[in-house]
Design a protein around this ligand. Sequence first.
Ligand code: ADP
Ligand code: MG
Length: 451
Amino acid sequence: MTNQQLWQAIIGDLEITLSKANFNTWFKNTGIIEKSEDYVVVGVPSNFTKDWISSKYQANLLKALKNIAPEVKTIKYYVGHFKNDSSSQPALISTEPKKTGQNVKQINAQQSTGNLNTQYTFETFVVGHNSELAYAASTAVAKNPGAQYNPLFIYGGVGLGKTHLMHAVGHKLLASNPALKILYVTSEKFTNDYVSAIQQKKIDEFKRQYRNVDMLLIDDIQFIAGKEQTQEEFFHTFNELRDKGKQIILTADRLPKDIPSIEQRLVSRFEWGMVADVGAPNLETRIAILQTKLNKKGVEVSKEVVEFVAENIINNIRELEGALNKLLVYQQIENRPLTVEQAKTILASIVNAKKKAVTLNKIAESVANFYSITLEDLLKQSRRKEYVKPRQTAMYIARKELGSSFPSIGEFFGGRDHTTVMHGVEKVEKAVNANDDIKQEVELILEKIYA
Ligand code: ADP
Ligand code: MG
């Protein structure tokens, strides 16, 4: 068995149990570089990866190792930059971190990207549970444009990767055929172009521009709500392109049927192909996104700081990136790794602004809403199981997010004794630590609370 095969066998279990994003983030570009009688040396790309793997996955790796190579007792790590394509042994390329200048050069060297953002590619997109479907649909469209998923309609909240995905499809198609005409516009630009075409009597030109493309990407289509004439024009543009087998991708902040003041015939067309949502990423995905951005920049930040950012910036990837960039600027100025304390201070304005808005009431409402029970049921005395779990969860969140005292939480939740609260909080705490589903449930509620 080669070292490579041994490593594949060891991480095989994790590949199945972890999400794809998570697995790729931590195990891409890793490999066994040395095996002796009683230890193996695993090459990893960064200190961060080393810390993460050794603190989270050490037990799993050792267990798997024991099954395959019982003589090996220890895993050691070697930090270097590894390239790991499956056909060959992992090779040490360089221990130097990538310089950002190289990235800039690569970007400049790219050709024919139309008006697409060069950063928004499939390669830089981290897939989590929140974006699995939208990602799968986008890659399917990139493989086979104008086919079954036409139009592709991606919807979801602000800063969750909708624009990124639609550009990624464009890049992928241009990579194999640079001659393709791909037009990306926001629906506001479409509207403005149309209005000025009418004013300047250049409707033919407008039609040529929008109807002679191989793929049309319209971002934030919800803004054509209420603009009847633009909707009419868009209706014809849509029909003509689709009849010609040209791909259309649309994004919006909500489902087609929830866009107000939009013609029914458009709503039904938007639903013809594929409607896919992107949601807020969970903690695991947020960490993976931060780590991917760091890898790309060739910069390291301590594991604790990354976790602090991921735990506190929870419902928007753009904010997550913004927070990270802010920290990196400080780290560069300081010229040494930031501590969590420093990160807290630097991000205080963002993090505290969010915390402040939360109240016991808000927590109770969000929890009740999440479990589809009424606020009254959550707060009143009933000991029925379907109310007890949500109530204890709400108590746990109140304690964790607001640091409220047990008696004050008890008083709020229907005048309960503080020992009852303590018991409930403890119970949920244990469940969160022991069970990933429950942990994720709490994260989802937190996302709603802070949304
Ligand atoms: P939206 O269009 O949904 O408002 P964007 O596509 O503009 O959001 O994404 C906001 C920022 O977050 C962009 O810089 C984008 O590259 C980044 N981003 C969003 N989702 C992801 C993801 N899954 N992986 C990596 N970066 C992401
Ligand atoms: Mg967008």
